[in-house]
Design a protein around this ligand. Structure first.
Ligand code: ZN
Length: 256
């Protein structure tokens, strides 16, 4: 069981980093994409991954650096009848909002049939804080606060991933600093990949490096940082983290 970081950057990143989308490879060899941002087709080409290799997609939230490549992926498989529709694991409210606000414009009018997400994907709707299984691997959704405003809130769904014979791994996806949630996750996870912005002033929609640095030593010691701005000016290893994930870096899930 492996996770490949196709990109490690934030929304406004460059091709040197690409947006923070990941590719899981199960022991069976099947591949699941975690998020599908607007630069995904370039990141996949650079990693040598073809559309036909994608068995499933998980979407964490609606921002374009995580969802902007979905129209491309949908049509790339829709117009290639030899390719099976990818499975799409997604929280049920997010599925509705993503279709109505982001995807319907480009995907609803394609032929003589009414089209929706299930026309392009084998849709597997999830409850918030629910669980699903793919290739024998259990995924638990964690509702992470991302953009909290007086007009409404936008959440991102992080994942605790438990594969047979492997230690649990957590991916935060996009989140503000949420120490109460992290305390629970830290106790359950052997390895953590956490959203981390590195430029100031803090955006208030991501977790800043200076906030993560306040976490207990034991938590930092199992945490890799990603979703950062170009050329981070911090020495993450010296500060007790495992480091900044590099684009193209792949991790084997720790054996239990
Ligand atoms: Zn976001």
């Amino acid at each position: 069981m492996k996770i490949l970081f196709l990109g490690v950057g934030a929304a406004f990143t460059t091709a040197e980093y690409f947006q923070s989308n990941m590719l899981l490879t199960a022991d069976s060899g099947k591949k699941l994409l975690i998020d599908c941002g607007s630069d995904l087709r370039f990141a996949m080409a650079e990693a040598g991954v073809g559309v036909g290799q994608i068995d499933a997609l998980y979407l964490s939230h609606q921002h374009a650096d995580h969802l902007g490549g979905v129209e491309w992926l949908a049509y790339a498989t829709f117009f290639a009848p030899s390719l099976p529709r990818p499975k799409l694991f997604i929280e049920e409210n997010l599925a509705q909002e993503a279709w109505e606000h982001s995807l319907k414009g480009g995907l609803s009018c394609v032929d003589d049939y009414p089209r929706d997400l299930s026309s392009f994907f084998d849709l597997r709707l999830q409850k918030e804080n629910g669980q699903f299984v793919w290739e024998g691997v259990r995924f638990s959704l964690y509702k992470m606060p991302h953009v909290m405003t007086k007009l409404g809130n936008l959440y991102s769904y992080g994942l605790l991933i438990e594969a047979p014979g492997r230690e649990p791994v957590f991916i935060s996806t996009d989140t503000i600093f949420a120490p109460e949630i992290l305390e629970k996750i830290g106790a359950k996870s052997a390895l953590i990949f956490h959203d981390c912005e590195t430029k100031g002033p803090p955006s208030l929609v991501h977790c800043h490096y200076q906030e993560l640095r306040k976490l207990p030593k034991e938590f930092r010691a199992k945490t890799w940082l990603y979703h950062y701005q170009p050329n981070p000016q911090f020495d993450a290893v010296k500060d007790g983290f495992l480091g900044f994930v590099q684009k193209g870096q792949e991790f084997e899930f720790p054996r239990a």
